[in-house]
Design a protein around this ligand. Structure first.
Ligand code: PHE
Ligand code: ZN
Length: 876
């Protein structure tokens, strides 16, 4: 960048001056270049009021314009202006045909945006602004066009040629080449365009839609991965059925395709009729995939499928509306996963992610509302805020409207806006119109950043039998937003009497939604004989931080009696957090720690209780993560958090050793692997027990872990055993097992990623030098985002004591990587930068070191927009 990149603003939005009736593309793919021929039929947009508007097309600087003509007349330099990312034609006719040929270089495209090569195949990634790296086109989501695409390539190397829609023609060309033409009848923005050419195998199935149409389903991968596609296919069919039943949404083309690619910046992409997936989100089988891997495949396949309506049929007007499709679609996939597996477990997992990572983002320098007002690089806004908080906001709408009116609202939204590019405001309006409810104040969730805080206090008047709950809300400032207006917060709650029974509330039920709309509000409950214990934020009804001065005994009481599964888990978390925070505050390396016995007895009763859902037992017994404890700290004490977690885990293991071993044994069944919810639950409980036992560092537990590794018929059991041994102090066993694992799995790239992450997160001495060594290993590929994440991101996020080493070596390491990656793959570079952006959360010494590295990146030369935005906002 010679000039400082500029922000673009929502307030500057203008309707496009031209509409694109049809887009005809022809790709000629070669080993050293690709030629793209485009034929665009363009008309003036009646909605644009400008008198003689110019035609503006995007085109990345890497695109070579070979020829351009208008209605058959070749244009010269005098007929258009090419400046930065824009090509402008001053006064074109009302209706005309523009043809162009561009030359691009997929073979050397390391940014993985636009057309690029993943291994031996060609593929595309166009969201958000990748299409401008292919040809000249209005690369904005409100310009929708009908695409017809011909792909031509060498027949031997690229037997499979795919694009959006239906194949309509194919043929042979000279020089051993062939071509296929695809037509997609649904108008779509350029970001949903896709093309794949490669030597691919596929599995095929069929789905009959609710109106009786036949849809062919194909999932493509390299031949070696053909045995890992069945689970994605089952998930896809389940998702298609679920969307018909839950939202009345039917699939609309005759064919639905998914392609697995090795090189991919994100998880997956919802291109119309031709999803492109990171292999990590689509390949799965028992031998190579962990339980959480299976669940990710199910969720991501569903997510991309659901986008066909929430994203493709109804798309975004501009990128400030990103959460319109992403928040809604995450909400939809979360509900799907909840229906397929355990609802409470899914909720616990999502809330954990939100409370650790999204809350941290909301409190950091990149904080933004779910509908941002400005950005420099849109790729930096594919965030937990847009996705996860966005989903929470949709969830709150459903809570406020109730299920039936929410469905009425979504029906209206899809019907009213089918084929349009719309805004989050249109979504809310549809919900209001369908329900008759007023969501004016609720809209603040869309334009105010930061995590609201609820401070709840109570009072009991025994004589009057009256219980008062006072709720105060506030929200800390975020960049550009000092003062916030009051949010409309649905606070689901219940009351428990002294026997642990649910009290009937004014609505006649045991759970009620309090509408918190003011900065301070009091809710009164009468007819109570004793002071109840409140159960607050049931089901995590709003993405807020809730403070209520629970006594530890009250938390144990809630753990035992609350009828809300989420709150039972949360009570256990709060108890552990409260105890651990006290230990952290009091931490000194030479001072002995003492564990409050109540945590152990609470855990013991959960282990002993009959009939509890095993998945929930293992969630309850899982200590709050390092990341969560850090998020809760004003100033993160990395060493104290690490030491306290180790101490608490060890103490629990010492005191519950026999029970843990017994539960391990009970759940160590010799039955064939299945990724169903019950089996996943059983394995997670068993493996949790094993991890407590391994914290004892005894020979007996080492033998148990090694035995599990040896006999495992699935990657879940094998991986857990390997992690535990690899991270233990039994160094020679660790070495031997890691070597064995690599030898078994060196041919399976995704398994090798596990092997890399296990080593990158190994907390033993010498972590950074091991990481540097790993980066020299033949299994590492510095151009592949999955490998980069497995080593670098894992080290920075999951090996805190080493990343935060007081000599600054961890920070320097990350900054060096960012500087290298900045030109190679800007999206990945900017994402990997996140840990450094949190510098204000650490001690003065660490702050200085982190800040110095951010400054070094800033001064390192030509920064991409992506990295520039994150670095400059972090240094404010
Ligand atoms: N739109 C994709 C999804 O959430 C994510 C994505 C964004 C993929 C940008 C690639 C590039 O489903
Ligand atoms: Zn999405």
């Amino acid at each position: 960048m010679s000039q400082e990149p500029k922000a673009i603003y929502l307030k500057d939005y203008k309707v496009p001056a031209y509409l694109f009736e049809s887009t005809d593309l022809r790709f000629e793919l070669f080993e050293d270049e690709a030629l793209v021929h485009a034929e665009l039929v363009i008309t003036r947009n009646p909605a644009c009021t400008a008198s003689a508007p110019a035609l503006e097309l995007h085109g990345h600087e890497s695109v070579e314009l070979v020829s351009l003509s208008l209605d058959g007349r070749a244009l010269t330099d005098n007929d258009y202006v090419r400046e930065g990312e824009m090509l402008t034609i001053a006064t074109p006719p009302e209706r005309f045909c523009l043809t162009s040929t561009t030359r691009i270089h997929p073979e050397s495209n390391t940014a993985l945006e636009g057309l690029y090569k993943s291994g031996g195949m060609f593929c595309t990634q166009c969201e958000a602004e990748g299409f401008r790296r292919i040809t000249f086109f209005p690369d904005r989501p409100d310009v929708m066009s009908v695409f017809r695409t011909t792909v031509e390539a060498d027949k031997t190397r690229y037997p499979e040629l795919l694009s959006n829609g239906n194949p309509v023609a194919r043929g042979l060309a000279d020089n051993n080449r062939h071509w296929v033409t695809w037509e997609d009848p649904f108008p779509k923005p350029a970001y949903l365009f896709a093309l794949v050419a490669g030597d691919l195998q596929h599995i095929e199935d069929r789905f009959v839609t609710m109106s009786g149409r036949n849809v062919t389903l194909k999932i493509f991968a390299e031949e070696k991965d053909l045995d890992k596609l069945d689970y994605a296919m089952t998930s896809l069919k389940n998702a298609m059925k679920w969307d018909e039943e839950t939202y009345g949404r039917e699939y609309d083309l005759d064919i639905y395709m998914i392609v697995a690619v090795d090189f991919f910046n994100m998880g997956a992409m919802e291109n119309k009729g031709l999803n492109i997936f990171n292999t990590s989100c689509v390949l799965a089988n028992a031998a190579t995939t962990t339980d959480s891997g299976f669940q990710r495949v199910e969720a991501v396949v569903a997510h991309e499928y659901f986008h066909n309506w929430s994203g493709n049929r109804v798309t975004c007007r501009d990128w400030f509306q990103l959460s319109l499709k992403e928040g809604f679609t995450v909400f939809r996939d979360a509900e799907f996963s909840a229906d397929m597996n355990s609802r409470t477990v899914k909720r616990v997992e999502d809330v954990s992610l939100l409370r650790t990572a999204q809350f941290a983002e909301d409190a950091g320098p990149m904080a933004h509302p779910i509908r941002p007002e400005s950005f420099i690089e849109i790729s930096n806004f594919y965030t937990l805020t847009i996705y996860e908080k966005g989903a929470e906001v949709v969830r709150m709408v459903r809570t406020l409207l109730g299920e039936a009116l929410f469905r009425k609202g979504s029906d209206l939204y899809f019907e009213r806006h089918d084929g349009q590019a719309v805004t989050t405001e249109d979504f809310i309006l549809a919900m209001e119109d369908a329900s008759g409810q007023d969501l004016s104040q609720f809209r603040a969730w869309y334009h105010q950043a930061g995590t609201p805080e609820l401070h709840v206090s109570d009072q009991f008047d025994a004589a009057a039998g009256e219980y008062k709950l006072t709720v105060k809300q506030s929200c800390p400032p975020s960049p550009g937003q000092e003062k916030k207006s009051a949010f409309h917060i649905p606070l689901a709650m219940g009351l428990l009497n002294e026997k642990g029974e649910e009290v009937e509330l004014p609505n006649g039920e045991t759970t009620q939604i309090l509408n918190v709309t003011e900065f301070e509000q009091t809710f009164i409950f009468s007819g109570l004989s004793t002071k109840p214990v409140p159960s607050l934020l049931r089901g995590f009804s709003a993405p807020v931080k809730l403070f209520y001065p629970y006594q530890r005994d009250e938390l144990m009481f809630l753990m035992a009696h609350d009828s809300d599964g989420f709150c039972r888990w949360d009570a256990a978390q709060k108890l552990a957090v409260d105890i651990m925070q006290a230990l952290i505050a009091d931490y000194h390396p030479d001072k002995a720690m003492v564990l409050d016995g109540r945590l152990v007895s609470a855990f013991r009763s959960v282990l002993d209780a009959e009939g509890l859902d095993k998945a929930m037992v293992s969630k309850v017994l899982t200590l709050p993560s390092e990341a969560y404890l850090s998020e809760l700290s004003d100033c993160v004490d990395v060493d104290a958090i690490d030491a306290v977690r180790k101490f608490v885990r060890h103490s629990i293991a010492v005191q519950l050793e026999d029970r843990l071993r017994a539960v391990y044994q009970e759940n160590d069944l010799d039955i064939a692997y299945s990724p169903d919810a019950d089996s996943v639950a059983r394995r997670s409980l068993k493996n949790l027990c094993l991890s407590y036992l391994m914290s004892l560092e005894t020979e007996a537990s080492l033998q148990l872990a090694k035995a599990q590794y040896e006999k495992a018929d699935n990657m879940t059991d094998m991986q857990v055993a390997l992690v535990l041994v690899a991270h233990s102090s039994f160094r020679s066993d660790a070495k031997a097992l890691l070597a064995d694992f690599y030898q078994r799995w060196s041919g399976e790239s995704l398994v090798v990623n596990l092997w890399l992450s296990i080593q990158a997160s190994d907390p033993n001495e010498g972590a950074l030098s091991r990481v540097l060594e790993l980066m020299q290993h033949p299994a590492f590929d510095g151009k592949n985002p999955n490998k980069l994440r497995s080593v670098i991101s894992v080290f920075c996020a999951q090996n805190s004591t080493h990343f935060h080493a007081l000599d600054g070596s961890g920070y320097r390491f990350l900054a060096d990587r960012i500087i290298e990656l900045n030109s190679q793959n800007p999206q990945i570079a900017a994402r990997m930068l996140t840990p450094l952006t949190r510098w204000k959360k650490f001690s003065a010494a660490r702050q200085a070191l982190m800040k110095a590295e951010l400054e070094r990146i800033r001064e390192s030369g030509d920064l991409s927009k992506d990295v520039f935005e994150v670095v400059s906002k972090s240094l404010v």
